[in-house]
Ligand binder design. Structure first.
Ligand code: HSE
Length: 306
């Protein structure tokens, strides 16, 4: 029986100004998934963590991705799946994307790489649709391709892998719940032209900064005048962490995906660690439990480990 184990990285969607179109993969945290190919058309899911996620395939993020792959293959195959999540659901670190992308990539390994990366992103987006109600690829794509990615369009799918600089990423996950669906619902449907101009200047600057390896340009472009002013209200301590981190030398950062996690980019390990202290102090003072990571950009996506 064919069997593979994969490591599925956490991801930071949006990268501040690029709502739904930019994302990057992190070295830590990551999930582990093991898939077995079976010759019966069924899916059996086992959770090897304490998150108590549904195991019925049609209610499980990995399950719906595998169902769409089985439908496409149209032959009597199925999968046994073991999921060991370390990326907490609802953290804003691409937990659902890790399950969705992990399932798609692992299944493709088992099926002798019959599908292209674009097809894997399409399959995996079914998982995002189940988790948040909307098909978005800004976590899925960096999770599958690694590094920093741009989703120029979903219909038709047009993805671009960008250069990823060697930066440190400090992340704090305050243990409060922000549902992606809620964090999307509160957004205004219209934007002012003057804000749109600022935003697309920042997106273009950020993409150019990544491509040129210009870290100062990256820092200047990490500004969001459309989404962050609305969503940051849901995250206590956000403004303090952002301003103090920049004072301490961080390039910049913001909400990771739809939150509540916050990320900051730094050039030096020393700065990344000062930022971690600021994050810890802020949430301790607020009496909110938290978890922090100091990590880097993961250059490859979902990886085969055995
Ligand atoms: N781009 C999405 C959002 C990511 O910000 O709603 C959610 O994981």
């Amino acid at each position: 029986m064919k069997k593979v184990t994969v490591k599925c990285p956490a991801t930071v969607a949006n990268l501040v100004c690029g709502f739904d179109i930019l994302g990057m993969a992190l070295k830590e945290p990551f999930d582990i998934m093991t898939l077995k190919l079976i010759d019966e058309p069924r899916i059996l899911i086992t959770n090897k963590d304490d998150y108590n996620l549904p195991t019925e395939p049609e209610k499980n993020v990995a399950g719906v991705v595998l169902l769409s792959i089985m439908e496409k293959m149209n032959k009597g195959i199925g999968f046994e799946v073991e999921i060991e999540k370390h990326i907490k659901p609802g953290s804003g670190l691409g937990s659902s994307a890790a399950s969705a992308a992990g399932a798609a990539v692992a299944a493709n390994f088992l099926l002798d790489s019959v599908f292209s990366n674009d097809e894997l992103v399409q399959f995996a987006m079914n998982g995002e649709k189940l988790a948040s109600g909307v098909k978005h690829a800004d976590n899925i794509t960096p999770c599958i391709l690694g590094g920093v990615t741009l989703i120029r369009s979903i219909h038709p799918l047009d993805i671009v892998k960008l250069n990823a600089p060697d930066l440190f990423v400090t992340v704090v996950h305050p243990q409060i719940e922000v549902k992606t669906s809620d964090a999307r619902q509160i957004l205004r449907k219209e934007v002012l032209l003057k804000n749109a101009i600022k935003q697309w200047g920042n997106i273009a600057g950020l993409v150019a900064g990544f491509e040129k390896g210009d870290t100062d340009l990256i820092g200047r472009s990490l500004e969001d005048v459309i989404i962050e002013p609305v969503r940051s209200i849901l995250i206590p301590g956000f403004d303090v962490i952002k301003s103090k981190s920049k004072e301490a030398g961080a390039l910049g950062g913001g909400i990771s995906g739809s939150g509540p996690s916050i990320f900051m980019l730094s050039k030096e390990a020393h700065t990344a660690s000062l930022v971690e202290t600021i994050m810890k102090e802020t949430f301790s003072q607020l009496g909110i439990e938290y978890k922090t990571y100091i990590t880097t950009i993961q250059k490859s996506g979902v990886e085969l480990i055995s």
